[in-house]
Design a protein around this ligand. Sequence first.
Ligand SMILES: [Zn+2]
Length: 253
Amino acid sequence: MTDGQRQFFQISALILSLIVLLLLVFSRASEVGDGITKTDTDVDLVFPPQVKNNVVRQIYDDLPNIDITSWEYILCNPAHNIGQYTPEVVQVESGNSYFDTRAVDALIDLLNGARTAGFYPRVYVGYRSYVNQASQYQSQVNKFVNDGYSRLDAEKAAAEISAAPGTSEHQTGLGADLVDRYTETLSGFTLDPNFEAWLNDHCVEYGFIMRYPENKISITGRYEPWHVRYVGQIAANFMKMHDLCLEEFVMLY
Ligand SMILES: [Zn+2]
C-alpha cells in the first residue's frame, strides 16, 4: 500500500466515522423529537374532559345553563325508579286530577290556550301516587296470576299494561294525559288529530313537552300523543329545537 493509498483510506475512514456520528446525532435528535411528541400527548391527556365539553358545546352551543337536579327535570321511567317521591300537589280546575303545585298554573295556561284555539281539553289523568300506582300494578299482577302465570311472568306482563310503582311519570306530578271532549272513548284514547297537532306545536310555549312522541319509542318505550310533561320553558324550547326527549336531554348534563 502506498502512502497515497493509506492517506486515502484514512480520510475515507474519517469521513465514514463522521457520517456515522452525524447519523447517531440525528437519530438522538429524532428520539428527543419523539420525546417532545410524547410530552405533547401527555399534555393532551391532561385535558380530555375540557375537550369533551367543547365538543358538546359545539354541537349544542345553546345548551341551557340549568341545574339538572332541580324538580322540573326529574326523570322517571323503568330505568329510573323514583321510589316513593311525593310532590306537593293541588287540584286542577274542578276535576279529579292533581298536579305539582309549582307547575299547575302552567298546566292551566296550556288548557286555556287550547280552549282559545277552539278545543275542549281536560286532564284525564294527572298525578298518581306511589300507593295508587302500586295497587293498580298489583291488581294487574293478580289478574295474570289468576290466569295461570307464574309470579315473575305475571309481573312482567303487568308492567306492560301498568307501570311498576316508582316508574310511572304520573307519580312526578308533572305529567298529564289530556283528552278532548270528543276523543275520550271506552276503547281508550284516540286523540283528535287536530288537537294532537295543536299540542305538538304549542305545548312548548307553556313549558311542556310531548313526553312520548312516536319517533322516540326506541328510547322511551312508549308512544302516547296525549301525555304532556312540564319541564319549564327553557328546557322545553331547547328539547323541541333539537328534537330531544327527556332521557336524551338529561344525559347532556
Ligand atoms: Zn300518561
